[in-house]
Design a protein. Structure first.
Length: 124
């Protein structure tokens, strides 16, 4: 049995759309950050509609991506880091939630779409 048929149609479509947006946005992580953020939100919504136990993973992934993208915009508005800004390069560590959330989101969507029907009982 195809594991994609274990989810409601809307949840499956949201998970696939989120996965596609997260992968396409990764071509240029800075300019594609909005695509990754939207894809992560769609994947989190699809995870909640699927009622799987990995929906919490998708919610955390979205929160990390949103925090990382927000911090990236703030740092960019402040002039970045390194060079003549007066902020050392270690300030780049503040952006770590973005790639961590992106990897978590990709892993969560992949696990949700690949699961067998006898796995992943819904959380009540």
């Amino acid at each position: 049995m195809n594991s994609l048929k274990t989810f409601p149609t809307r949840a499956r479509l949201l998970l696939i759309a989120g996965l596609v947006l997260m992968v396409v946005g990764a071509i240029d992580p800075l300019e594609g950050s909005i695509l990754i953020l939207i894809g992560s939100a769609l994947a989190a919504l699809g995870g909640f509609l699927a009622h799987g136990h990995r929906r919490v993973l998708q919610a955390w992934a979205f929160a990390l991506v949103a925090a990382g993208v927000g911090l990236m915009f703030i740092i960019s508005a402040m002039g970045g880091f390194g060079g003549t800004t007066g902020r050392p390069l270690w300030w780049a560590l503040i952006l770590l939630p973005y790639p961590i959330g992106w990897v978590m989101g990709l892993a969560g969507v992949t696990m949700m779409l690949r699961k067998r029907p006898d796995q992943d009982t819904p959380v009540r």
